[in-house]
Design a protein around this ligand. Sequence first.
Ligand SMILES: C[S@@+](CC[C@H](N)C(=O)[O-])C[C@H]1O[C@@H](n2cnc3c(N)ncnc32)[C@H](O)[C@@H]1O
Length: 267
Amino acid sequence: MNLIKLKNFFVNYFKKTKFYAIFLFKPLKKKYWKVKDYTTSHYNKGEDYHEKFEKLVGRKIIWDLEKKIITEFLDDKKISHHLDFASGTGRIAQFLEKNTDHQYLLDSSKKMLEHAKKILDINKSTFFDEDFTKINLDKKFDLITAFRFFPNAEIFLRKSAMKFISEHLSNNGIIIMNNHYNFWSLPFIFSRLTFRSDGFGMSHKEVKELVESNHLKIYEYKSIGLLTNKERKTILPWSFVSKFENYFYKKFSNHLIGYNVLYLIGK
Ligand SMILES: C[S@@+](CC[C@H](N)C(=O)[O-])C[C@H]1O[C@@H](n2cnc3c(N)ncnc32)[C@H](O)[C@@H]1O
């Protein structure tokens, strides 16, 4: 590491780290919310975002486990109308394409949706290039998925998103969503204890409040990512991380100690 890299490393570390995070009882707000709104955050992202789920080792391990949990939650349920809320590039929709009659993808980023249009069957997909706060789809869905949205979104956007989702859910419909910044997970607690945290995250309590304030219920949750939330580099070999995560997923996953929690929700 040369001197400039070393200097940048320390500058970034002192800029990002909240040394008092060790004493926090609830997550801090995300710093970028002050300068950029989440709705426009993915305007310039597309295929590059999509590729990360195959290219980043840590992210791929977790994505492969997410697919298993989604399959378990669906329990062979046949879906007529699936809404992929904040669908991005259609990662979740593509995985569920074979289980559904028709899919609806809603996202505020044209570029993210352009990639989704390339990878999905156009004959059974409808795309809404819209900010959800400005529309009503006038339709109910038997499955609504919302991945990698809630913790990133500002507090007001989280609230209006859950309201929108609940209003578009059919009576026997289900929601599958995730929180990949689980504040009380082992990796997040460890990073606060070792002064490597910005204090950000979303707690299970916050998810529960969003769900219950919209008269919905959490039926089940499973969490993964017990060892690390790193995606590019870790001290531990990735092959070990992969074996460990897969082992724990099989033996014991109905807990909240992994950094990525998947929720099955309904009315
Ligand atoms: C991190 S990406 C997740 C994409 C996809 N769900 C996945 O898991 O791969 C979050 C997405 O939320 C979208 N988004 C943010 N605010 C939105 C809003 N107000 N209306 C619609 N989409 C929004 C962004 O454009 C972005 O594509």
